[in-house]
Design a protein around this ligand. Sequence first.
Ligand SMILES: NC(=O)c1cc2c(=O)c3cc(F)ccc3oc2nc1N
Length: 327
Amino acid sequence: MVEDSVVKRAKELREQLNQYSYEYYVKDAPSVEDFVYDSLYQELVDIENRHPELVTEDSPTQRVGGRVLEGFEKVVHNVPLYSLNDVFNKEDITAFDQRVQKALGHQVSYTCELKIDGLSVSLRYEDGKLVQGATRGDGSVGEDITENLKTVRSIPLKLKNSVTLEARGECYMPKKSFMRLNQNREEEGQDIFANPRNAAAGSLRQLDTKITAKRNLSTFLYSVADTNSLSSSSQYEALQELEDLGFQTNQERKLCRSIDEVWDYIEDFQEKRGDLPYEIDGVVIKVNDFDQQETLGYTVKAPRWAIAYKFPPEEAQTVIRDIQWPV
Ligand SMILES: NC(=O)c1cc2c(=O)c3cc(F)ccc3oc2nc1N
């Protein structure tokens, strides 16, 4: 039987460390120095080593992985993860807006979000606790990568409210982590990853969760499987609700009152994309109001209420810059 004071101290440490970790990884605003975190963390590790029965699912000590998996179980997505239709020019954006206005009979607001170039993931929570994490797969059947996703520090193991929902978003590797990883692999004579997206995919498909834990992956959540599981009635509100629940959401989102504002946003971030700490391959434009999304519905493979505007590939520009054009 463990003394109450030790049980109480372990709970205090877990909550304090999870709060510090949330500030550091989700809000990008640490409130304590690393050495403060490290000493409290060591104190918790010592207690858990002495009293393994005190280890809980949401203990920060569970973030470092430990299991080597045999393989990944299949996960059937009750609500399919659709893909987006891509467009590549302003005319197609205008055509999208025309179709939407024609179907709804009036102008609508759009939420614009950066299109993060990572891996789609689905996170299922029951009573606020993370119970399963899966890849998109083919949209209907994905792979269970729960153990690996638990090592992603920005993914909450427990939400701020005990809600039951399935959040969806992008898991990505920041550019800095990608450069560092490839440098290390080159020094060790290993193959390097072509881009951060491949590096994130490779890291999440690792059977050794300890390796995943060291890859400094992050996330931006952007929707839920069933909008009725949120109190929000629009995409823009839903992003704030997800943030309030403890998820990391992308702060560059914009509520646009017209397609002209959407185009300004696209041009703005085509300029800024090189300066972002993560890779994007475009902008996702969504009809903001959930009732209007429902009215528009889906085709076989994609929503009618959203479109992805794709930037020209950055690598291509780099190659062109490198070629010594004849003067
Ligand atoms: N990569 C992304 O950053 C991103 C991706 C999607 C989707 O794939 C997506 C697919 C749908 F069927 C509906 C909405 C979506 O919203 C999305 N929003 C985003 N911000």
